[in-house]
Design a protein. Structure first.
Lengths: 393, 393
């Protein structure tokens, strides 16, 4: 089975590429290193040093890993994308090739539009290229649990049966995305659902929770294979960021009360979920959504868990509640279904103290690479006037 | 009250600009004549000859019309848009500046992406420019009833109260848009709803039905003020196209069975609806949706109505069912609420034989301008293989 992984140089993409190769699939990575470029532009970088794709792959092959091919490709350029699909003739296309930071998309107009072009025009290119050159391939698209927002009802997987004024229909679950980045994921989902209806394409839309962890079985095999570990205010997501903060003696920065509840999963499960989706393809015309997460935590809960484990390790830890730079509810209902992947056989890797200790130890090992100036939030969701005052405070 | 009309050279935009000026508002039109460019590129044109903006405005002013200013502006260019908002300081911004044809967006990848950039990147530019330079202005955005698709439940105005597993919330009405064009309108709606929540902007999203008619009280005053009358397969919508077909002895082309039911309104009501929205602004942080239509018809019903009136006028008319180039249900539930505008005082202009006769007469008067080669559908919604065979048939 041949799998094309678009965005295979990124955090989830790289780990998935190695996992699928080890699982015996023929993997081709396409990436334009946009994420490395954005890092340089923003003056941030992974805590773990990331090797070049050439080094990554040559070490993977030297260790006897199954062959992985690489193509430098920008998904916003249509002709090369068509040529790639025609050449590779993939059975599955896993699409990670998107700008994945909510704060990045909120920096200013330029970053919001760039996110829209990269993500949603890129997605449109991919759908048209599939129509022309790979209409039977199975699209496995990375969406996000953030597409749903935090409605006051339980969140289903993509669709919900609604009875209204005596009639019933199963309709797309209403979405309330919380940033321009999250909006692009909703745009993509709507586009993909449409082309499944109109063109008979087949797709699985993985609405993924917040991913934590660094290592998978493959990326831990050699320094040259190591995965990203982001802790900065643009790309560092809650749990990983807390572990780095604990490691370097920085207070754990909880936005607002920390009552925000979100769905999480270990990167070891991300790669297994993608494998499950790839091995059990959607049918032609089928658009299905899998809510891809294993556990739900509040941000404050996670901070306390990290603080406890770090204290046990002898670290001096303080939790600090900061003014929330985002517009989001801090107390809300949050209950969501995630049956589809478990029905396909996913056995969740639950968060435990060992995982947190490993993350904090990894952070300590690379502590000399931390830039303390990029940790505190500097990007605001607020109206212009309020944004200026709150972030300078 | 100062109103900026983006897209004020188009079918709805031009009529609205004149109507609002006559109603005593200070109107500024912004347009980049994109629609005129697309017409040339596609080899189509309005049945009625459209004068240049310079001629349009000089005649309007010569007839004593209230002053209307014009700015040449492309909404995809951010800096000039910011300058415009800063200079005009509008109380309301009516945004018609979008590519509005579903078939256009389905031509190929290039036209789909162009529609996305023009509409959704353009919308994003406008929202950011409002955040920076006009945070108190009221955005009146033209959406479409097509955003909803044809669910098997009644369609509400933007939001629906859902009770699910014992909990209740009022959530965005689930949308199932039927083309890349319709998708952009959903993308825009999602963006606007978000910035109302995050930035406290205020917006009215007019989910408009299919507009028919040519004249309004103002555009009928002089040849130089005449409005567009589109009959081609890209821009000609059902009722207007049927009237032209009847006028020139072309069979009325009904796509499929014609059981598709849609919401309609006369352009005379479009302009009054926009005025009602502008005069009754949304509150800060409020995102509201008005379903802007007056009647529901099936496509076959309209064809029969046009055929009857045309026959009474002595014309020889034939209805022809064509293979449907679109992917859409031809038998479906369709019932939708449109209370908001009527609560603000809209008195619907209902479709009657007189209106149809006027439309057919206008078409006859300009019959020498009809190009019969651009009437039959040549753009398909179908997968590649099927599209090639069905359209050549």
């Amino acid at each position: 089975m041949k799998v094309l992984i678009i965005g295979g140089d990124g955090y989830c993409g790289w780990a998935t590429a190695l996992h699928l190769a080890e699982a015996g699939l023929d993997v081709v990575i396409a990436d334009n290193f946009a994420r490395r470029t954005w890092d340089r532009q923003l003056g941030v970088s992974s805590l773990t040093p990331i090797f070049s794709m050439e080094e990554r792959l040559s070490h993977w092959h030297a260790l006897g890993g199954r062959r992985i091919d690489f193509v430098n490709l920008d998904v916003t350029e249509y002709e090369p994308l068509c040529a790639l699909l025609a050449n590779v003739a993939p059975h599955a296309i896993v699409h990670f090739g998107q700008q994945r930071s909510a704060p990045y998309s909120m920096i200013d107009r330029d970053h919001a539009v760039r996110t829209l072009i990269n993500n949603t025009a890129g997605n449109l290119n991919l759908l048209w290229a599939m129509r022309e050159y790979a209409p039977d391939a199975h699209l496995v698209k990375l969406g996000t649990m953030g597409e749903y927002g935090t409605p006051n009802i339980d969140i289903e997987e993509g669709f919900i049966e609604i009875t209204h004024k005596g009639r019933t229909d199963k309709l797309p679950f209403p979405k309330q995305p919380g940033s321009f980045y999250h909006l692009t994921k909703v745009h993509d989902s709507d586009q993909i659902y449409f082309v499944c209806r109109a063109w008979g394409l087949r797709a699985t839309d993985l609405h993924q929770g917040v991913v934590y962890g660094v290592h998978t079985g493959q990326t831990a095999q050699a320094t040259q294979l190591i995965n990203r570990f982001d802790y900065d205010h643009v790309y560092g997501t809650a749990l990983n960021r807390f572990c780095v903060q604990a490691a370097i003696g920085h207070s754990l920065t909880v936005y607002g009360s920390g009552g925000q509840r979100r769905s999480f999963l270990n990167i070891r499960d991300t790669v297994r979920c993608v494998e499950l989706a790839v091995r059990h393809p959607a049918q032609p015309e089928e658009y299905r959504v899998f809510n891809q997460f294993t556990e739900i935590f509040s941000v404050a809960q996670l901070a306390h868990q990290v603080a406890r484990v770090a204290s046990d390790m002898g670290l001096d830890v303080r939790i600090e509640h900061q003014e929330n730079p985002r517009t989001e509810k801090e107390q809300h209902h949050y209950h969501t279904v995630n049956a589809n992947l478990q029905n396909l056989g996913l056995e969740p890797t639950l968060l435990n103290d060992g995982t947190l200790r490993e993350l904090i130890e990894t952070a300590i090992a690379h502590g000399d690479r931390v830039d303390r100036n990029v940790i505190r939030p500097a990007i605001s969701w607020k109206p212009r006037a309020k944004a200026a005052s709150s972030l300078s405070a």
